[in-house]
Each structure stands twice: as C-alpha cells, then as structure tokens.
Design a protein around this ligand. Sequence first.
Ligand code: MG
Length: 248
Amino acid sequence: MIIRKSPAEIELIAEAGKVLRACLDMLAEAAQPGVTTKELDRLAESFIRSRGGVPTFKGYRGFPASICASPNDMVVHGIPGVTKLKNGDILGIDVGVTLKDYVADAAVSVGIGAVTDEAQALMDVTQRSLELAIEQCRVDNRVGDISHAVQSYAEAHGYSVVRTLVGHGVGREMHEDPQVPNFGPPGHGPRLLEGMVLAIEPMINMGGPDVEVGPDNWAVYTVDGSLSAHFEHTVAITADGPRVLTVC
Ligand code: MG
C-alpha cells in the first residue's frame, strides 16, 4: 500500500532531510585519506543526535551502525570498520535520519583525495542519473518513468544498473511501497500521485550489473570487482512538481 503524505507530513520529512543533508555534507568533508569509516560513523551518530534526530539505520534488522559506508566495489550496505580510507578510493555514504517520527533517506558517493578520471566520471553519471530521475517525479507519470531515466542515462555512458536493489517509498517508515527500480520501461508501474514520497537511489556499476552479498551478510559487492557509485535523495511528488526533501 502506498501511503501518501499530507503537506504537514512532507514538511516533517523535510526537517529530517535538512539534518540529513548537513550530516552528509559534514561526512563528505571528513572523508579523507587515513580516516576510518568507523570514525565517520561516530561523527554521524553524534551529529544526528545533537540535532534531536535518531540514526534510522542503527538497529534496523540488526544493522550495527548509523551509516552505511561502501568503498569502491562495494555497492551499498557496508558496515563501517577500522580500515583506513586511501587516496583514490570512492566511498558511498548512505544515511537515514528519523526526526519527530518521520524518516528521510539519502546517499552520496565521494572521492577520497585524488581519484581517477574514470572513477569521477562514474560518480558524475550516477549523480546526473538521479537528477534526471527526479525530473520525472510529476503527478500522473509512472514509477517506470523514473526507472527508465536512470537506466537510459547510465547505459548510454557504458555503465550498468544494479537490478536486485531498488529505491522505495519513505516517510513514516524507512521502507514503504512502492519499489522504485533503476531499470525498466517508461510508462509502466504505479502512477505517481500528489503526496507520494520516494527514496530514489541509482546504484551504477562500471562493469556488469551483478552483485553479491559478502561474508558479513550486509555488504553488497559487484561480482566482477568493478567500481560502483550510489546517490540517493528523498523526493516528494507535489502539485508543483518534484520537491527534493534531503536538501538544506
Ligand atoms: Mg534507501
């Protein structure tokens, strides 16, 4: 069941989204060579709690941390750890914030130190595919229009789209209906209606689309070891068009 949110609820999700964006900006600054993802996790948790929020991921199905930190060939769901980030890594940082019972979800990929042109291009294309997807968040479009926007742009650049992980409705819970795949034909899927709030999150691989879960049963890796990038925003569908809620 797709839960449509009232304008007042959308404002509450946007409040959570503001805290989340400030947290992600802080983490992107802090993510430097020599820093561990566990240190980033601690920074995130104290930041979110200092703003009156709760890190949504912590304890979710037993997830042990406040952020997902996924370097290089790790696609998503990385548990922060003690390995130091190195120059040239790319790092996906995914954060959820619950504030006043409403949830926002967003992610960025960042370069650590100086990254290769190829790695930067992968991140740029992934971010742009998210922007194109957001442009499709209009009343009477379909979920498939979002999906197609991501897939067509990413594949036109020679990349592939992860199939087994998808975006989702968000707001009262972290994961609500509908699913928002990053692939598929336009004009299909649920109709977009005013008040729907979606977490749109392209996961784009430099190589093939196949992924596998690692030994900790959380981290998802590309099967071929190629780099993967991830960007995510929480977006409300309004009568005036898309409204990105995970912004300052
Ligand atoms: Mg999400």
